[in-house]
Design a protein around this ligand. Sequence first.
Ligand code: FAD
Length: 269
Amino acid sequence: MNILLVFAHPEPQSLNAALRDIAVAELEAQGHTVGVSDLYAQGWKAQIDRADFPSLATDSRLKVPAASGADFAAGTLTDDVKAEQEKLLWADMLILQFPLWWFSMPAILKGWVDRVYAHGFAYGVGVHDATRWGDRYGEGRLAGKRAMLVVTAGGWAEHYGPRGINGPIDDLLFPINHGILHYPGYTVLPPFVAYQVDRLDAAGFEGLAQALRTRMRTLEATTPIPYRRQNGGDYLIPTMQLRPGLGDRGAAGFGLHLDGESEAAATAA
Ligand code: FAD
């Protein structure tokens, strides 16, 4: 596979950088071709603003979706954004790697999403009418590709458990896994999350490295998170509500958007 790893940490000697190098080495050993977007090293511009839209007249009000769509359609987005879009189209698999900062991704990575996910590229794709709300959530430009998160966290695994004070990790990562990866079409694998990393000793590091190598060896065999597809019949259009009768196996909140049939099958297996 062609694999793109988008990396967001400012320090080349960080734990994250060491884990990135381990992941890349393992993927290449498996015969994959790996590209890395190291956002801090690239000096990635995190904020979206007028400079992103060269075609926008200087006296026009900036409306980001419209300006984004116009420059995407004309092929006139900035070169840094076009290069990242090309990498996404090239890659069969996308890995986003970052330290958990304030229960989310570092701002530079969010800015990568804001700018690279242009209108017409990652959203606003497909027919929008009375019977269809575009190609998204399992369909879209990046459909057929896989994606996953590699995340480090200072907190303990228990802090992110079902009753942990931080909230369950799957809930915290839902806006990224479902809202950023599944939305433009990716099939999303369960995240690799390393907990309690701030005082990692040598044995802890080696255990983590081995677990990461194992995940990198099994990308193609790993069962994806069973997110429902928008256009698979589970949602009413145009309200986008889950159909009555679905998700009634005790699921609530974000869990409603997991396919119950797949869940039942996974539990039975
Ligand atoms: P580093 O600081 O680089 O390393 C951590 C430890 O790993 C080191 O002390 C060392 O013991 C070991 N190590 C590093 N490199 C190696 C190596 N090559 N070999 C062996 N051992 C090594 N945590 C949460 O849980 N939730 C949050 O919401 C959250 N918010 C944060 C917000 C901010 C702004 C910041 C700065 C931190 C936050 N944290 C949070 C903690 C954060 O997630 C961790 O500090 C981060 O994940 C650690 O990753 P790192 O790459 O920066 O580690």
